[in-house]
Design a protein around this ligand. Structure first.
Ligand code: AQP
Length: 332
């Protein structure tokens, strides 16, 4: 039986060890959708190969990302948790949507521009058409909401353009998805260059705090975080470093910016950075403990993957056969 609730879909690439950006901008917010929405949360391994991966590491990180989903509060009984490459409907729909996506639209995607500059020796077609695969991920489940960090908003906008174009030609095919970006934490910045997004594939380890970093590493990284001139702890456009640390502290403690500015009035940057590191380490400790327990049980993780893939494929098949019929493919 199909669940009739509205649908939430999101994914994370196993392209590196996940950061507190991935956590605060996306994963931490996923569980709250489980009551009201039918939720699909996917480990998008096919997106990860748009940049070169070491196969053994990609495989290991796929298990790890799934374990982190569960450790962050996603109950596999209440959410469909699965791996993208286990449901071939994603790439099948992506091909069809490629034929409804314009070259000019894809050329304007900022992530394509950033990543092709960072991987100039490997500007492959997959990197270019990545947003079409992401549109397929979303549209396959007739998704209503897509919880994401703000860097992915442009890709959801593209998915919405594809829906417009496709539905005009073939009415009532896809549901129009809405991006849901958290009020705080939608764009966590690098600790080394606070005008740049924190990214799991950053080569500078001091720029990123990973969900699985131990307490000492977390505090050390925050101690080294780049701050700004002056000494005040307040949110301001000319204080990107301090603003980023206040956002992180706010997300981990639930305190408002005003409360934080009051709490640290007259306190030096050094003590503030230690407080941010401690709050982060404290909040992540139970997640890390649960993650380690889950990762030791590979058979359990595989059973979650298998059940999730079966269920996702069941829902995906409905959309795919509708699209095939509308496009004029012969059904045998
Ligand atoms: N710095 C961030 N702040 C808030 N949210 C973030 N997200 C990523 N970075 C931040 C959100 O995390 C989810 C999963 O992201 P992804 O794995 O699909 O890839 P990404 O957006 O390209 O993230 P990374 O960490 O920068 O990966 P790499 O380095 O491989 O490119 C998304 O919802 C994203 O918005």
């Amino acid at each position: 039986m199909l669940d009739q609730r509205p649908v939430s879909f999101s994914g994370v690439q196993p392209s590196g060890n996940l950061t507190i950006g991935n956590y605060l901008g996306a994963i931490k917010n996923f569980p709250e959708f489980s009551e009201k929405y039918k939720c699909f949360y996917c480990v998008v391994d096919q997106h990860a190969i748009t940049v070169r991966q070491v196969p053994a590491e990609l495989r290991r990180r796929t298990y790890e990302t799934l374990a982190l989903y569960i450790a962050c509060g996603l109950d596999p009984q209440k959410n469909t948790l699965y791996v993208q490459s286990h449901v071939p409907a994603h790439t099948e729909l992506a091909w069809m949507l490629n034929c409804f996506t314009m070259f000019g639209e894809l050329s304007r995607m900022t992530q394509f521009k950033d990543k092709s500059a960072r991987h100039a020796d490997n500007v492959n077609a997959g990197l270019f058409t990545y947003p079409v695969l992401m549109a397929a991920d979303i549209l396959l489940y007739q998704t209503d909401v897509v919880p994401i960090g703000s860097d992915q908003k442009q890709h959801v906008e593209l998915a919405r353009n594809i829906v417009d174009r496709f539905n005009q030609l073939y009415p009532d095919t896809f549901t129009m998805p809405e991006p849901i970006v958290p009020k705080a934490g939608a764009r966590i910045m690098s600790l080394a260059e606070p005008t740049k997004k924190m990214s799991k594939s950053d080569e500078n380890e001091n720029a990123v705090v990973r969900i699985l970093d131990d307490k000492d590493a977390i505090i050390r990284k925050f101690k080294r975080a780049v701050t700004d001139s002056g000494s005040e702890i307040r949110v301001a456009d000319d204080k990107p470093g301090v603003t980023n640390l206040i956002t992180i502290y706010s997300c981990f403690t639930g305190k408002s910016v005003e409360e934080i500015e009051r709490e640290f009035d007259g306190v030096g940057y050094g003590d503030f950075k230690i407080a941010v590191g401690q709050a982060c380490a404290e909040r992540l400790a139970p997640v890390q403990e649960e993650y380690r327990r889950l990762l030791a049980d590979k058979a359990y993780l595989e059973s979650v993957m298998k059940n999730g893939a079966d269920e996702a494929a069941y829902y995906a098949r409905k959309t795919l056969s509708k699209v095939r019929r509308k496009l004029g493919f012969v059904n045998l």
